[in-house]
Design a protein around this ligand. Sequence first.
Ligand code: GLN
Length: 252
Amino acid sequence: MSDGEPVSLNNARGRLDWILSPDPMRLAAGPGAGLTLGVLALQGDFREHRVMFEGLGARTFEVRRPGDLAGLDGLVIPGGESTTMSKLIVANDLFRPLRAFHAAGGAVYGTCAGLIMAARDTVEGAPPTLGLIDVTARRNAFGRQVHSFEADVPVARLSGGPMHAVFIRAPWIERVGEGVEVLATWEGQVVAAREGRVLVVAFHPELTDDARLHELFLHTVRGADCPVVGSEDAAAPSVGSSRAVATACANC
Ligand code: GLN
């Protein structure tokens, strides 16, 4: 964890920390206020997640070693390439610590490759996954890179209209276990789901300015069963805005 380390502007990680958290007062506002999140930073688009969650008022840190998991309320597994990410998780001795983090009640949010890593298993039987949510993922299910696409996808529990979803060599969820809540489907396939404190999505909200699913994760971290999250005004992005609060949540 980089908290307390001196900031070096010659160090990309330190520079991002400095850019994201220059003003401690800002962290007192927004749905993420008071929460500390880790973003698995071995590979993939972890910086985009940090920017989005910091905009919602959470503090974020990059996770590369088991010790980085200490003190986190939630963990983000970003998009990227799941075979590579899986190898790096093993190489960094993170496989068991990540499972232990979840078993101890830590919330987890996986996007795209992160969905694959969080899944119980894959149709293909590889790579080794963490088994944090009872779903089976199919990798590259919508086709290869050239078949990447964007679509407006309605998502349960989000008010304010569909999400503009970016699918990049995206998986879909082929099987959901009994306790899994399906949050979104596209072309008849499950593309977002939640079980307990684990939220997974096949597309990339972190590459857009729509922070509603990130906000739903913040409520998931708090253990709140929020019926509806987001602003009624879908046109207004919620990042960095104090309007980004749940409209109906007694627990937060
Ligand atoms: N297709 C990738 C994989 O299997 C995931 C793509 C992504 O994260 N955008 O890991």
